[in-house]
Design a protein around this ligand. Structure first.
Ligand SMILES: [Fe+2]
Length: 277
């Protein structure tokens, strides 16, 4: 077992994640013990809520945190990233975006936070802007966005998915920590094959579960062991190593999007990921 967590607020003292380096190392011990070997450090890049986050300092903080983890004898590799709010995605320049992008130079991608207010015009405009800049998109916790499945949220995301954007579901959502509606949406995304990966969205001190729990929750949600493996290990590893190709071939013939058919296009996305192994 070697889990890859693409969404974790491990860096100390910058957002609502780890408060101190000791807290970060303590969480790294948990990650190590539960088989998580790669972690993207995705502090909030959301100036409205965390104005103190300095993007240009994140890489240095990752280096310092990696040193502290290594000094503790832990085999957890850290990667520089960020959880980008759509309001900031509308205004940040190339250097700032590149500082939090993941993946190889030919297929860089960004973790874009799906709004808690629902998928709106501003979010779509932000995603379009990042796509125009050449970035692939991993959309964080869409299941927590109101109206995703019951409203038009998923329908509004569909053009982005057709261009290669992928969806990331949270462990805490599968656990039910955000309510039954969010849990139901998370399970339905997984069962439909629309989730490309699951991540912890870990916040040391307040949300400390890891992908090991996510793996078991996926099985409880009806995933096969193979799908659970892909969502927690193979796919996130591929995204780190190979990145996200911005414009995948259309998964479905052009035409009106039918949410009832989402399992078909999702299966195609999953095949694309596995085909790159
Ligand atoms: Fe997060």
């Amino acid at each position: 077992m070697s889990y890859v967590d693409l969404h974790c607020h491990l860096l100390p003292g910058v957002d609502d994640g780890a408060e101190t380096m000791a807290d970060a190392v303590a969480h790294a011990r948990r990650l190590h013990a539960e088989g998580v070997r790669d972690v993207a450090c995705t502090s909030h890049v959301k100036r409205a809520d965390f104005p103190g986050v300095a993007i240009e300092q994140l890489a240095g903080l990752v280096v310092a945190t990696q040193r502290a983890i290594a000094a503790d004898g832990l085999a957890v590799r850290l990667h520089v990233g960020g959880e980008l709010a759509h309001a900031d995605a509308l205004v940040l320049g190339h250097d700032a975006l590149e500082a939090i992008a993941l993946g190889p130079p030919s297929a860089r991608w960004l973790l874009l936070e799906c709004p808690f207010e629902g998928v709106d015009d501003d979010f779509v405009a932000a995603a379009d802007r990042l796509t125009r800049f050449g970035y692939g998109l991993l959309i964080a916790h869409p299941e927590r966005s109101p109206g995703l499945l019951e409203g038009d949220g998923l329908e509004r995301l569909e053009p982005l998915l057709r261009e290669g954007a992928l969806l990331q579901v949270n462990v805490c959502s599968l656990l039910g920590n955000h309510g039954l509606d969010v849990q139901d949406a998370a399970v339905r995304l997984v069962r439909a094959g629309l989730a490309a990966c699951v991540a912890s969205d870990g916040h040391p001190g307040t949300r400390e579960h890891t992908l090991q729990l996510g793996f078991h929750l996926l099985l409880r949600a009806g995933a096969s062991s193979g799908q659970a493996y892909r969502l927690t290990q193979a796919n996130p590893r591929l995204l780190l190593r190979n990145g996200i190709v911005r414009a995948l071939p259309p998964a479905e013939p052009a035409g009106a999007f039918d949410p009832a058919s989402m399992h078909v296009s999702a299966g195609r996305l999953g095949s694309e990921l596995l085909a790159r192994q």
